[in-house]
Every structure is written in structure tokens, then in C-alpha cells.
Write a protein that binds this ligand. Structure first.
Ligand SMILES: Cc1cc2nc3c(=O)[nH]c(=O)nc-3n(C[C@H](O)[C@H](O)[C@H](O)COP(=O)(O)O)c2cc1C
Length: 211
């Protein structure tokens, strides 16, 4: 087994270099269960409304199940990323498209998929959407940060959720009571250097006291 990876990243480096990783997911190298659980121990330190912690964490490693989930992902991907849907792309858009296409083509080959779930579906318990999703997504992002600091990479995806019920059937998730929040392919990254990404200037998005 290859040695464990621990990256010596400052908090600011971690926050600014946890990227959407697709082409640099190492599809050959297994991911130890122990490392995934270590990331999860950190993730569940995240806040949730009233400290409800109604989260469940589904790791998928069986090839047949990964293949079935990848098929659902691709079913939506082929619609969302069709030439008609995308229209004319600039150079950056084309780079993202190629990266996304690579992930779609290889989704079934990732060593592990993680599907964060939350008990009771949104809207069935009187909670608003922000309260509902705000009780699971911070933990999901913490998982990805913890993963990055251990040499793992992932990318936040939601496409399979169009077929969430079918995914629930594949995994035995009780769909009527439990919602899926995304699907994160997890793998060691090929190389561990990632850069800060360009983002909008704060000037365009910051408001002080008045819009
Ligand atoms: C809610 C959400 C849904 C996303 N869905 C997908 C997806 O289905 N497939 C995919 O390849 N990337 C998906 N992404 C990844 C984004 O494309 C990515 O975060 C964005 O391009 C920024 O990448 P960067 O952090 O490397 O700059 C999603 C991200 C978010 C936050």
C-alpha cells in the first residue's frame, strides 16, 4: 500500500486550492476506508440547524453500483451538456466542458463515490430550504476540505439527483424519508499542487448596508 498523504497546507491555502478535480482524479489508486472516515469525523463537526445532525453518509465502492450511478449521471449530463444546451463557448467554457466530459466518461471508474443524505425530505418538516440544505452542505464541504488536506480530490456534482429515486433504489436509501444532497467522486489526486481560481471581483458583488 502506498504511504498516507498529509499536505502541509495553511487554512488559507486549503480554502483557496480546494478545486473541482476531474481529470486529475487518480482512477487507479484505491482510497483507504480509514482516511474517508477520518475526513468524515471532521465533516460532522460542521453546524446543522438546532444541531439536528440528521445526516447519513453513503459511500459507494461496489463496481456494479458505481456503474449504475454513473449511468444516471450520464443520462442527465448528456442533456445538460448537449451542444444545444451549451451554445457557443469561450475558451474557459470549452475547458470546463472537456473536463466535465472527462468526468462523465470515467465516473464509474472512481474508487469511491460519496452521497451525503439527510433524513426527512425537504419541505416535509416545515423547515425552509435554507435551513434544510444549510444543515447538510457545510458538512459536505468540510469533508471535501479534509479530503484535500489528505491528498484526495473530488468535485461537487448534482446531476444524478434528477433521477434521485432510481439512485435510492440502487443503494437501498429510503427515498420517501431521506434526501440525497449530491454525489462526490473521491480519489487521490494526480499531483497535489492546485492553484487559486479566478473569481469575480468583490467590487461587483459586495454591498455595504444598501444594495
Ligand atoms: C451545486 C453544484 C453542482 C455542481 N454540479 C456539477 C456537476 O454535476 N458536474 C460537474 O462536473 N461539476 C459540477 N459542479 C462543479 C462546478 O462546475 C465547479 O465547482 C466550478 O466549476 C468551480 O470550479 P473550481 O473550484 O475548480 O474553480 C458543481 C458545483 C456545485 C457547487
Amino acid at each position: 500500500m502506498e504511504p498516507r498523504v498529509t499536505l502541509d497546507l495553511s487554512p488559507d491555502q486549503l480554502l483557496s486550492t480546494t478545486r473541482a478535480v476531474r481529470k486529475r482524479l487518480d482512477l487507479e489508486r484505491p482510497v483507504e476506508r480509514e482516511v474517508l472516515l477520518e475526513c468524515l469525523e471532521l465533516a460532522v463537526q460542521a453546524p446543522s440547524g438546532s444541531n439536528s445532525q440528521r445526516w447519513h453518509w453513503m459511500f459507494v465502492t461496489e463496481p456494479d453500483k458505481k456503474a449504475a450511478l454513473a449511468d444516471l449521471y450520464r443520462r442527465m449530463f448528456s442533456v445538460a451538456y448537449s451542444p444545444e444546451a451549451l451554445g457557443q463557448l469561450d475558451a474557459t467554457g470549452e475547458r470546463v466542458r472537456q473536463s466535465a466530459q472527462y468526468l462523465a466518461d470515467h465516473m464509474h471508474e472512481v474508487p469511491v463515490m460519496l452521497i451525503p443524505c439527510q433524513w426527512t425530505r425537504p419541505g416535509t418538516d416545515g423547515a425552509n430550504q435554507a435551513g434544510y440544505w444549510g444543515s447538510i452542505l457545510p458538512a459536505a464541504w468540510s469533508f471535501l476540505l479534509a479530503a484535500r488536506s489528505r491528498g484526495l480530490g473530488s468535485v461537487w456534482t448534482t446531476m444524478h439527483l434528477v433521477y434521485e429515486r432510481e439512485a435510492a433504489d440502487i443503494l437501498g436509501i429510503p427515498y420517501e424519508r431521506c434526501a440525497q444532497a449530491g454525489l462526490f467522486p473521491v480519489a487521490h489526486t494526480i499531483g497535489t499542487e492546485f492553484k487559486r481560481a479566478p473569481r469575480k471581483d468583490l467590487d461587483a458583488i459586495v454591498h455595504w448596508d444598501t444594495w
